[in-house]
Design a protein around this ligand. Structure first.
Ligand code: AMP
Length: 469
């Protein structure tokens, strides 16, 4: 094994290594087994032995590669050898990702009794200060809130820190967390290990690497624009006016499977979620205008399987660890190839198979072709065959559900303006119009039962057309 080119190791990984082979403690191997990790993933094979040797790591790995366990396992092993509070700090770009990382640390570290604290914006400072005073081993944070605590929470510092992890570093820097990272680097010990994980190696990431890592080992398991081979990627081309119909048709076809539908805007996320619920689908939405508890609530329902469709903006496309998502639908074509990779990376994770379907209208062709060009790959057309006629049969019902969704949104807006937020959960606001709700279902079921009696029947007529934004 060469010290500085772990890529070589990855390429030669035909004989599958075991977690024991990587030098992990039996307790951690046991934890991996409990999570049904049969073999380490490529990024784990490539990085864990170096990390256990005490090297800094720069890991270029796509989402779904198993990168969280790649940095969590060595940290846990070292923690077990020398337990101490505030042993490691993991910085993540989004709150959801921070919670997921914490879940993985807790699952992998359950056998060694690890304690974690998640310190992210949108949550109560005081209860976070209490959590920090209980001396957790691992702090998982978004950078802004961590700095807030370092500056304002009495008695809290990171002078003992042994590990710093910057996860999704490209995204951290895209979101302008550079200044916070710099501040943190000034108040943590130089004598530490640093792991920097990123999907892409941008010039900003390179700069950060130079500023924060010492003689790192570079491990890479994916090229810049590539998707895993177990992912089947399709597109469907149709006129914009039929967009909602095609989505409804697909979700009907894929009934019972877990699906994330990506849109570009919060508004369309809300509207689609309402429309789909009006048609009887179990849909929840996730977007940046929802409060943190609402976001976690929606995600929790989706993860627990009580809802099988998640309508999300790109806030959800990065780093969210939602196991066994079967399908990703790009309702709106993503605005960059990078976003495409991250969205479809929600399926076909860690060796499993998955499917992505991108909806392309006459207005999206240029964007779509850019993505194909960046990936150097032509996608197949989704095999609809004679079913095209069946799609259009849905028009009348879809148009009705869309009209009703508009009404619901208007009602919510009016309620919010009148100061009734929270009182009118019936049609689902809570956090701005159409945010995730439970109690709206009774309303929605009215529509479902109306007319054709079934949840997802056919019909003919109208259809609605919408702009992309
Ligand atoms: P990540 O890339 O860290 O977001 O991980 C993606 C998913 O893969 C998570 O659901 C992990 O629990 C899972 N995972 C991580 N390592 C393995 C492994 N060695 N075998 C199977 N699943 C894994």
């Amino acid at each position: 094994m060469s010290n500085d080119s772990a890529e070589v190791e990855t390429a030669g990984a035909e004989v599958k290594k075991t977690f024991e082979d990587l030098g992990l403690l039996p307790q951690l191997v046991e934890a991996c087994k409990k999570l049904n990790f049969t073999h380490p993933s490529d990024i784990q094979v490539a990085s864990i032995p170096h990390a256990l040797e005490g090297r800094d790591i720069i890991g270029l790995a796509q989402t779904g590669s198993g990168k969280t366990a790649a940095f969590a396992l060595p940290i846990l092993q070292r923690l077990f050898a020398a337990p101490q509070p505030l042993f490691a700090c993991v910085m993540a770009p989004t709150r959801e990702l921070a919670f997921q990382i914490s879940e993985q640390f807790e699952a992998l570290g359950s056998t060694i009794g690890v304690r974690c604290a998640v310190i992210v914006g949108g949550m109560d400072m005081m209860s976070q200060a209490i959590a920090l005073s209980k001396k957790p081993h691992i702090v998982i944070c978004t950078p802004g809130r961590l700095i807030d605590h370092l500056e304002n929470t009495k008695g809290f510092n990171m002078k003992q820190l042994k590990y710093l992890v910057m996860d999704e570093a490209d995204r951290l820097l895209d979101l302008d967390f550079g200044a916070e990272i710099e501040k943190l680097l000034k108040v943590i010990p130089r004598e530490r290990n640093t792991f920097l994980f990123s999907a892409t190696m941008t010039s900003k990431v390179e700069k950060l690497q130079r500023a924060s890592l010492v003689n790192p080992v570079k491990v890479e398991v994916a090229t810049k624009y590539s998707t895993v081979s177990t992912l089947l990627q399709y597109y469907i081309f149709f006129p914009l006016a039929q967009k909602e119909c095609y989505l409804t048709y697909l979700l009907n076809e894929l009934a019972g499977q877990t699906c994330i539908v990506f849109t570009l805007t919060c508004a369309s996320t809300q509207k689609l979620a309402l429309m789909l619920r009006n048609l009887g689908f179990e849909a929840v939405c996730l977007h940046g205008q929802m409060s943190q508890p609402k976001r976690l609530g929606a995600l929790g329902k989706f993860k627990a399987g009580t809802r099988n469709i998640l309508i999300a903006t790109d806030v959800a496309s990065r780093g969210l660890d939602i196991p066994s998502v079967d399908i990703v639908i790009n309702y709106d074509v993503p605005q960059s190839s990078k976003d495409y990779i991250h969205r479809v990376g929600r399926t076909a994770r860690a060796g499993r198979s998955g499917k992505s379907i991108t909806l392309v209208t006459q207005y999206d062709v240029e964007w779509y072709q850019r993505i194909e060009h960046a990936m150097n790959k032509k996608l197949d057309e989704y095999p609809l065959g004679k079913d095209k006629a069946a799609v259009l049969m849905l028009q009348e019902r879809v148009a009705e559900a869309t009209r009703f969704a508009h009404m619901q949104l208007k009602e919510e807006l009016a309620n919010a303006k009148a100061g009734g937020v929270g009182k009118r959960k019936r049609t689902g606001a809570g956090e701005g119009p159409g945010a995730e709700q439970d109690d709206e279902e009774s309303v929605n079921k009215r529509l479902v039962r109306k007319g054709n009696g079934g949840g997802r029947g056919g019909g003919r007529g109208g259809g609605s057309s919408r702009g992309r934004k």
